[in-house]
Design a protein around this ligand. Sequence first.
Ligand SMILES: C[S@@+](CC[C@H](N)C(=O)[O-])C[C@H]1O[C@@H](n2cnc3c(N)ncnc32)[C@H](O)[C@@H]1O
Length: 274
Amino acid sequence: MHFDERRTHFLQDRLLRRLRECRLDSFYSYYRLLISEEGRGELAQLLENLTVNETSFFRNKSQLDLFQKHVLEDLLRRKQERRDYTLRFWSAGCSTGQEAYTMAMQVVDAVAYYYLRNPLPYETPLPKPLIPPPWKVEILASDISYSVLRAGQEAIYNENQMASVDYAYRLRYFDKIGNRYAIKKALKELVHFDFHNLKTEYLPQRNDVIFCRNVMMYFDEAEQKRLIEKFYRCLNADGYLFVGHAESLLGLTEKFQMVHRNSGTAYQRIEVRL
Ligand SMILES: C[S@@+](CC[C@H](N)C(=O)[O-])C[C@H]1O[C@@H](n2cnc3c(N)ncnc32)[C@H](O)[C@@H]1O
């Protein structure tokens, strides 16, 4: 993890909290604990305390419009031409799951709308699935923090977390349980949660779209470049990468071109065509 001067205070504050929790009186003794065999559990605790997990449903609306209206439409058309009906999405640094479930809701709607205009001669089983066959959708949601992964898998959100979900989406994709909202089973089944540290070499391959928003900003420049290079390899040809509102690939790579529509931005893999 990278902490520049602007984040030193945050680091110090979180370290002090753990020091107190462990009843230690110096950073050095805490450091000794972390590198010891008994300190493995504490290292995981510290990690949980150092990650910033802020997220929400439908975060950055203009970018999501670009995703639904342009990127998904382009993807579905290209895939259908090749008779490849599997769509793979990845929310890298998914926090408590709202980003992945937002993608799921948008993908379901986009596939249904595309299918309406481009039906295929396949029998639809009953009850009608969210994704009409032969189309298949897989959404991977990954993070480095186990506690957020558990929350994403649980998929139950309170009224505050639901603030950005309009009532049409609430009715279609959520069940109300007491004063909380649970993602409906059929939508939940499209999303699979898994642990992945974006700093490791092996990352999930063959994705059509990667969302990695508000994660890279916590990496230093060299690490950002490495990650973008890895994302390039993790994407299928012509695949798309979405980064956060305050992030950009400018000056970090030559391998992606910017796609910009109505103030939403994404990056598409540049292919070398012979
Ligand atoms: C600010 S949240 C962003 C959540 C979501 N992408 C969004 O934009 O709403 C950043 C997430 O990235 C995760 N993260 C930080 N470093 C990571 C790493 N090296 N590998 C995987 N996930 C990481 C954090 O645990 C946190 O859940």
